[in-house]
Design a protein around this ligand. Structure first.
Ligand code: FNR
Length: 352
């Protein structure tokens, strides 16, 4: 057999690794614990099988979706990740410029190293991600700045009552981090390390509180069960985001490919459902859409692409568009709505 030539996307992580310091690379790639959840994520998408349609006109393929009432030309968004300015000096602004040009959506980490105003000035559609501190009033100024800068929604991350342990082999990137790489949107008094004062008492009332406080739709990120998804929707969430935090919180949880099915079934059409974790190529995206996701989000690959700044992220969006468009054509789908009946039932023949 001849050697397979990998795609641009499949070689992205290895190319990025060559440009990152060891502590930065470990910070980006690590999973918590022994890394079981991180390691299983992509494999889970790839164990799914699709039932393509034939004899359908796929001349024109539309990747667009509507998310919380706003059109996005892409069915994937950029997941919130911190330390983008450690990856490239232009950080979040480079990601935002490339994502705006692609007509996509970016979720900005509360630990971003670029100001909301700078990010918004790129014209990108963006949502704010927040962790709530035990003293909820501390997050007020951050929320006000985000609303003022035009955030379209607030994403409340709920899988991080404590930051899970991991074991780097090298020094911690936080020891090298420039304070300006994170927390520039918090204002004075919050220069400490991110993640030190998270609330242990989060409840459904916090969803309602955030909605009232900001006047924005609230998305709950880090849900892995149908019953919790229902509690979020009953508490007023506009969307539920199935995530294991990239395998960086509780290790040895179920895969997001599996949890998505339960969450979609529990939520029905009452709210939007998103998913992230291990989605790396066009067929992964198609498989998640076929499993019922309204949109998918991607974390690490955007950081890998960001090593080359705005041009790198632009190329990443272009490669994802080309691969997803090809996968949709091959599956006989002209639109995201057409993908919903593609998933094959799990095979029992030992092949999958
Ligand atoms: C993250 N993630 C994350 N999530 C969040 O809600 N707030 C944050 O600040 C961060 N920061 C962060 C930094 C880095 C370096 C990584 C890799 C991840 C989790 C992120 O939003 C997303 O859930 C996962 O990254 C998705 O998995 P993949 O696409 O990286 O496999």
């Amino acid at each position: 057999m001849g050697e397979r030539v990998g795609s641009w996307l499949s070689g992205l992580e290895a190319r990025a690794a060559r440009s990152m310091s060891t502590p930065l690379r470990e910070y980006v790639e690590h999973g918590s614990g022994e890394g079981h959840t991180t390691g299983e994520a992509t494999r889970a998408w790839r164990s799914l099988r699709l039932r393509p349609h034939v004899l359908r006109d796929v001349t024109d393929v539309d990747l667009g979706v509507t998310l919380l009432g706003r059109p996005s030309r892409l069915p994937w968004g950029v997941a919130p990740t911190s330390l983008q300015r450690a990856v490239h000096p232009d950080g979040e602004v480079a990601t935002a410029r490339a994502t705006a040009a692609a007509g996509g959506l970016m979720v900005v980490s509360s630990n971003a190293g670029s100001t909301f105003a700078e990010i918004a000035a790129t014209g990108v559609d963006w949502w704010l991600q927040v962790y709530l501190p035990s003293d909820r009033t501390l997050v007020g100024p951050l929320l006000d700045r985000a609303v003022e800068a035009g955030a379209g929604a607030v994403v409340l991350t709920v899988d991080t009552p404590v930051v899970a342990t991991w074991y780097p082999t090298e020094g911690l990137i936080w020891d090298l981090a420039d304070p300006a790489w994170t927390r520039v949107n918090f204002g004075p008094g919050h220069e400490g390390q991110p993640g030190t004062e998270k609330a242990l008492d989060l409840g459904p009332h916090d969803i309602d509180w955030l909605r009232e406080r900001t006047g924005l739709p609230v998305v709950v990120k880090g849900v892995l069960r149908g019953d919790d998804a229902r509690r979020c929707v009953q508490a007023g969430a506009a969307a539920v985001w199935v995530s294991t935090h990239g395998g960086r919180q509780l290790d040895r949880v179920l895969t997001t490919a599996q949890a998505l099915l339960e969450v979609r079934a529990a939520v029905g059409a009452e709210a939007e459902v998103y998913v992230d974790g291990g989605l790396r190529d066009g067929i992964d995206v198609l498989s998640a859409l076929a499993s019922g996701a309204d949109a998918v989000f991607v974390g690490r690959p955007v950081l890998h692409a960001l090593v080359e700044g705005e041009a790198g992220v632009a190329r990443w969006h272009a490669a994802m568009s080309a691969e997803t468009g090809e996968a949709m054509r091959l599956a006989g789908c002209r639109s995201v709505a057409d993908t919903r009946d593609l998933l094959a039932p799990p095979a029992n023949d030992g092949l999958n």
